[in-house]
Design a binder for this molecule. Structure first.
Ligand code: AMP
Length: 371
């Protein structure tokens, strides 16, 4: 290898819109690469504050985003709800990655579904719904049961209602109506999986192994990786590659799928690092966070292989005592430093074992996990 001593490569500073746990983990992955970080967030005690400076401001404030841009070399984000309008005035030469078009598509469940259709990626049947009459017509086309969702700002099961019978139509519409909606066919899935892929600015691609995800009340509780199924892995990669290339993407992108009759149906995309990829910090050769940073800087991507069998358990609403969890061999504890609140993601642990059997045995009595 020809290792020349470099003449002071300027230290790069990355601006992160949002200082949540994802931003914190991005910064923690970037420091060993010699990078610096500056966050934009409305809250001074967001998880990112523990590892970097926060510029206080709203994501919708174009001036604040411009102020962030002025102090960094390039920008990325850890939240999906950055209003695209606030990014319009960003100076050329200050890349904002992943690309705004991908962010915009992921913010609206209808454009996301249309993108799947355009790229020939199977997805549940859907209809856009703007009023009660639309809903009745859409129900007629899709049939019971179905899921009514807000097109925008829905996450972790928020902004959605299951409709099992005509008697539930009115209450579901009243609970969500007033904003654009989408009605989706209810999928009796066998399991839910996600694929995390990464593309750098040179167009190199890497994919992590599929992950199996278990949700409760619409919130991710447990991820198991790798979900070893060669056919599904190849199929999921084919679909995700289409999305990455469509956007000339740079960064990490996640697609969540339902598996039904052994086939994949895309549920949604997240144009960012993802909760179902937290296991990669300890369970893969290179974490999704480091690969995201490498990708947006145009650096070579790291190996995405799993180094064992991993489980990631989310702690929602309360954290189990550190003392109790750390007794478990092979465990890694992540406390995001957030105030406890019902339904709030406060932390997670990752367990890495040599075999799937060993992992299953530990998970049986795992604190905070009732499967
Ligand atoms: P989402 O916010 O769309 O990811 O939905 C959260 C969770 O609700 C999913 O992970 C599924 O467990 C469930 N869900 C969402 N859409 C559907 C659907 N069309 N059919 C069955 N379950 C669904």
């Amino acid at each position: 290898m020809n290792l020349q001593t470099t003449t002071a490569t300027a230290v790069k500073t990355i601006g992160i819109v949002g200082a949540g746990q994802l931003g914190r983990m991005l910064a923690l992955a970037g420091y060993p690469l010699g990078l610096k970080f500056l966050f934009l967030d409305k809250s001074a005690d967001a998880p990112g504050a523990q590892v970097g400076e926060i510029l206080l401001g709203e994501f919708s404030d174009a001036q604040k985003i411009a102020a962030l841009a002025a102090r960094v070399d390039l920008l990325t984000y850890d939240v999906e709800n950055v209003p695209v309008a606030a990014l319009a005035g960003l100076p050329k030469g200050k890349p904002f990655l992943p690309p705004v078009a991908a962010l915009a598509a992921g913010q609206d469940r209808l454009s996301e579904k249309q993108l799947f259709a355009q790229l020939k990626i199977p997805t549940p049947k859907y209809r856009s719904v703007d009023g009660m009459a639309d809903l009745e017509e859409a129900m007629h086309a899709i049939g019971y049961p179905a899921v009514l969702k807000t097109r925008r700002l829905g996450y972790d099961g928020r902004g959605q209602r299951f409709i099992r019978s005509p008697a539930e139509l009115g209450s579901a519409f009243n609970a969500l109506g007033g904003v654009p909606l989408i009605l989706e066919e209810f999928i009796e899935f066998e399991r839910e999986v996600s694929l995390i892929g990464v593309r750098n600015r040179r167009g190199d691609l890497r994919f992590y192994p599929l992950v199996e995800n278990r949700h409760r009340d619409g919130i991710l509780r447990l991820s198991l990786a790798p979900y070893a199924d060669r056919n599904l892995q190849a199929r999921a990669q084919l679909y995700l590659r289409r999305i990455l290339q469509h956007f000339d993407y740079a960064g990490v992108l996640t697609v969540e799928f339902f598996v039904k009759n052994g086939r994949l149906m895309a549920n949604e995309t997240a144009p960012r690092v993802h909760n179902s990829g937290h296991w990669t910090i300890e369970g893969a050769v290179t974490s999704q966070f480091e690969n995201h940073v490498r990708a947006i800087l145009g650096l070579p991507l790291g190996d995405t292989s799993a180094i064992g069998h991993s489980a990631m358990v989310n702690f929602i609403g309360a954290l189990p005592p550190l003392e109790e969890v750390l007794k478990i061999p092979g465990v890694h504890y992540h406390d995001y430093g957030k105030q406890p609140r019902p339904g709030r993601k406060l932390g997670h642990v990752t367990l890495v074992c040599k075999t799937r059997r060993e992992l299953a045995a530990i998970l049986k009595n795992f604190p905070g996990l009732d499967q």
